[in-house]
Design a protein around this ligand. Sequence first.
Ligand SMILES: C[S@@+](CC[C@H](N)C(=O)[O-])C[C@H]1O[C@@H](n2cnc3c(N)ncnc32)[C@H](O)[C@@H]1O
Length: 248
Amino acid sequence: MKRGTLYGVGLGPGAADLMTLRALDCLRKVDCIILPRKDEKSSSVSWNIAEESVGLIPGQERLFLSFPMSRDPKVTTRAWNVAVKEIRDRIFAGKSVAFISVGDPFIYSSFIYLYEHAQKSWPEIEIKVIPGVSSISAAPIAAGVPVADGRERIAIIPAVYNKDDLRTIIRMFDTIILMKASSVMPEIVEVIESEGLMDKSIYVASATMDKEQIVTDIRTIKGKRGMYFSMVVIAKKDHSGVLFGNGV
Ligand SMILES: C[S@@+](CC[C@H](N)C(=O)[O-])C[C@H]1O[C@@H](n2cnc3c(N)ncnc32)[C@H](O)[C@@H]1O
């Protein structure tokens, strides 16, 4: 029997018009869209981005699957086993299935686990991945902070690093994008302050979404946690301006 295709679809950072035409076209055509959410009581953050644009498609299935935000592998593995079975059943019944991700599906997305599992366990199926505008580019643009020019070096890290690692990375790179910042904002601000980079750092939350928040003076949020979708961009600009003979 013919197998269905598995799609990983990047939805962009939040604004509906930052979803690509390819993503929209795919979501309007597939038999089933997987709507990831953190638990049964929550809505799907990623589906909130796409729902209005995709609209109602007769006969299309929309399946909520829960992916708990837990560090306990027993909890996460149980949820993944359920998800994998649901997705497999549909693909092996010949249906096309799209798994949606905020931003880009290959950047800190749950889709990566599914992709690797599918490649290994279901080698006969076709997998297609549709890139999305990542928050890595959308958030600095929302904040008006160019990420890198000429010879500047960029580090992109989840901010769950300990303070010493964070300090080392901050010293090594010109621009540092700290993702997953919400729960560790107080520690991040502490390190930034001790490195003398308060004036070169910007906090961006929910970029391009209705509740977008940009804080250019991070002293005002010292000691506070960040929003769910938040990041800090540190742009030193010590090596920028190669075009004009600077930054070397
Ligand atoms: C699980 S990762 C998903 C990244 C996503 N795949 C991407 O390409 O942007 C979640 C982190 O991405 C960042 N993020 C995603 N969307 C964002 C947005 N609209 N504004 C600011 N940060 C965002 C935050 O740092 C958040 O903690």
